[in-house]
Design a protein around this ligand. Structure first.
Ligand SMILES: *Cc1c(COP(=O)(O)O)cnc(C)c1O
Ligand SMILES: [Zn+2]
Length: 398
């Protein structure tokens, strides 16, 4: 088969995630003008693209250059994000009789979480469009990442986060020179405040899935998983879902790689498991049919700050991924997260974010109910480092 090597973005247009209608990718866009729902980037994949070119590229998320939306290399705002390791968990695997248990450690990204991927991409696109400043409602990590990439791009940064967020998140934003606003409530209350602060639209709002490019950064996890598994895939992926960009992005990457011929037809796609906090589990409630959707859901704070997203705009997209992949949605209590954090730290040396601890406990839950088989090839996607969460967890080990 003839293959071509590109070094430029193959971005072609954006489509509405709800009705599929086309929108320009060459002017700034927020949610779709047709349905006010997330837009998804589409690429011109009309001929096979060589995987061999990857061998000569840097070990960052930018190695998938053709399938990323930044048009000119000089607009790339990078701190070396991506290509995080996939680590075997031999000790926990032995203890629980599991054949293939692995963890992709996104805590090793710049600013300590996988939010670096999305914000590196969004801020690069913002730079490409000539934006002078950005605003974000955040549970913590996204605000820190945005502040860092804005600093690097020379852009103004305004971060709106819940008052109860651990100080480490606020402090880091201050050091990057961001303007920080504290709000009583959860991320949806911060979104309302951000809207008010940006009434004149002078800043680009980079809220989860309200602009199309954070998703493109997060999808690189899917490309990396395939490459790191030797162009095969795990059977089950557990992912801590808040706004859901990672879940949706990883699935988007799998579909793109199928279209590009990077994943052969006989490679089965993984079951995608969305994990939430019992304190804030809108997706689980909708998945179980307890509510038609999460539009009126109210959640409580959780030590896994990134999971406190009571009304995710990407809910329908997440449910589609779970259904298509024959996955499921489950929740984990605060106590279980602490127990999982203790196990991952003491047994594997991995001081993960409470969100990452939650997925390990969800795996244990699903193994117990035979939803996951003990001989399955399981990948835990740990989204962040535990270090900024100290106020939530200090002294709580048992
Ligand atoms: C934001 C965040 C999540 C949730 O990610 P989404 O893409 O919004 O689903 C999970 N874990 C951590 C550590 C986070 O910062
Ligand atoms: Zn639409």
């Amino acid at each position: 088969m003839e293959t071509t090597t590109h070094t430029q973005s193959l971005l072609s247009h954006l489509t509405c995630s709800n009705c599929g209608s086309s929108h320009s990718a060459f002017e700034p866009q927020l949610t779709s003008t047709c349905c006010q729902l997330p837009l998804e980037a589409q690429y011109n994949v009309y001929e096979p693209i060589s995987k061999n070119a990857l061998l000569r590229r840097p070990a960052t998320m930018w190695r998938y250059r053709e399938m990323l939306p930044v048009l000119c290399d000089e607009n790339i705002v990078t701190l070396g994000e991506g290509f995080t390791p996939v680590l075997p968990l031999h000790n926990l695997g032995t203890k629980y009789n599991l054949k293939q248990l692995q963890l992709k450690d996104e805590g090793q990204n710049p600013t300590g979480s996988f939010k670096a991927r999305g914000l590196s991409m969004a801020i690069s696109k913002a730079k490409e469009f000539g934006v002078e400043g950005c605003i974000i409602p955040t549970a913590g990590n996204a605000g820190v990442a945005m502040a860092a990439y804005c600093a690097r791009a020379g852009m103004r940064a305004v971060v709106v986060m819940p008052r109860h967020t651990p100080n480490a998140f606020k402090e880091e934003c201050y050091w990057y020179g961001a303007e920080v606003h504290l709000v009583d409530g959860l991320i949806n209350d911060c979104a309302a405040k951000a809207k008010e602060l940006n009434a004149d639209n002078s800043l680009l709002d980079v809220s989860t899935l309200k602009e199309p490019y954070r998703l493109e950064g997060k999808k690189t996890m899917g490309y990396e998983i395939a490459e790191q598994y030797g162009w095969s895939l795990p059977e089950v992926i557990l992912y801590p879902a808040g706004g859901g960009t990672g879940l949706i992005g990883i699935w988007k990457a799998f579909r793109e790689m199928q279209a590009m011929g990077w994943l052969s037809e006989d490679i089965k796609l993984p079951r995608m498991i969305a994990v939430q906090a019992a304190n804030c589990q809108p997706l689980v409630e909708t998945f179980l049919g307890h509510q038609p959707n999460s539009k009126n859901y109210t959640g409580k704070p959780t030590i896994a700050n990134g999971l406190a997203v009571p009304r995710p705009i990407g809910e329908q997209m997440m449910l589609r991924v779970i259904r298509e992949s024959r996955g499921t949605a489950v929740s984990v209590t605060e106590d279980e997260m602490l127990q999982g954090l203790r196990e991952l730290s003491a047994s594997e040396g991995l001081f993960v974010a409470p969100e990452g601890a939650a997925i390990w406990m969800a795996a244990r839950q699903l193994l117990k109910t035979n939803n996951i088989a003990p001989d399955a090839n399981i990948l835990l996607l740990n989204t962040g480092s535990g270090q900024k969460y100290m106020e939530n967890i200090a002294g709580k080990y048992r």
